[in-house]
Design a protein. Sequence first.
Length: 211
Amino acid sequence: ERNWQRFSFILDQYQEQPHLIDSHLDGLLTKIINIIREEGLDYEVKHVAFCCLYFILKVRGFKVVARHLPHETADLEPLLHYWENQDPGVQLKWETHNGLLLWLSIVVKIPFHLQRFDTSTSEPIMERILNVCKKYLAGTTKALDMAFYVSAIYLTRPDVKDSYLPGFINWAHEVLTKDSAQFKEGVLSTLAGVFKHGQREQMMEHAHAVL
């Protein structure tokens, strides 16, 4: 806890000139990511690492930090497994949720068809990611905005868009007719993000279903 307090105090000094930490971002993020990647490490220790990541995001902004996060294919399965075992309704862990979502938004941009990562013993990885996205859209933590973002990025992948976007839109219609106002906000924000990040020509075929 003392180390975390010192870390947050030091970074807080850069709030007015956040660009000054840019030369240190790679080193800071490498140390944090190595802790998160380490198998067998206590979840509480990893949560502290995610808290440090969040404070860096707070100071420098998620778009800048995202450019420095790893996008290795080897991270996809363990990251998804970690993500699946989180409870999006647990407010005390929202920094972990936020960091996982941001990192996943980078990893899901890998330029390979996601079916390449499927195994015969598990659910297709594209469905696993989509199911977790849906789960987080129903959450109530401060990580909800990041859930909108990663869901929109994921659903506009060419392989995902063709196979899963129509089904997501149908699911969204069901949510909008019967679920809570906050859940509806999450779904609508995701649909807005899909049309923002997707290519106009490709999104036109889905416009009527949304309207």
